[in-house]
Design a protein around this ligand. Sequence first.
Ligand code: SF4
Length: 206
Amino acid sequence: MNLETKYRIVEIFESMQGEGYNTGMLAIFLRFGKCNLACAWCDTPYQKFSILTARDILQKITQYQAKNIIITGGEPTIQPDIQTLITELKQLHYYLAIETNGLKPIPKGIDYIATSPKKAYQAIYHTKGITEADEVRLVVDGDMFEFCQMIESKIQAKNYYLSPCEINGQMNIQETMQQLGKLNSRTNNPIHWNLSLQTHKLIGIR
Ligand code: SF4
């Protein structure tokens, strides 16, 4: 690859995955700048990024112990030349997980897809977006029942999660539990929704 190719990077750090199916997995977080949505409760400073070359990124990543990379954002799928970087990381034998809002196609070579469609943009999701993922993780932003049913019918996934929304340090955990109870009490519906907590926030790690 051209090692001088430039990317918008918010941060690169090593930590444990705090949420979803891979909770606890040691991973390098590769967070890209910019997003194609603008959620009111977004907790990521995706507009504050630096321009790093592929060389810078690879140098930083290879300093860490983890062999798993969580490619996140912002929105990673809108990054120019993302496929080139992913192909390079794959050739270095990293396990690649992506976190995406699911509106754009997933680059080739990704090992695990976690998608988080947003209810506030449900009109867009009716007509656009990916149809397969390993994990669907929806943030509870109001009554999710109809949106969850729409997403179930649209995205085939191995696991479905509801995640509390955090605003000013407060998480709507009780509301999330109530909505899980309602979803999982449907008769003749084989899809079970699970709870995903942002445990990294609860224990104060990145
Ligand atoms: S899709 Fe994700 S990164 Fe983009 S604005 Fe919404 S919460 Fe933030």
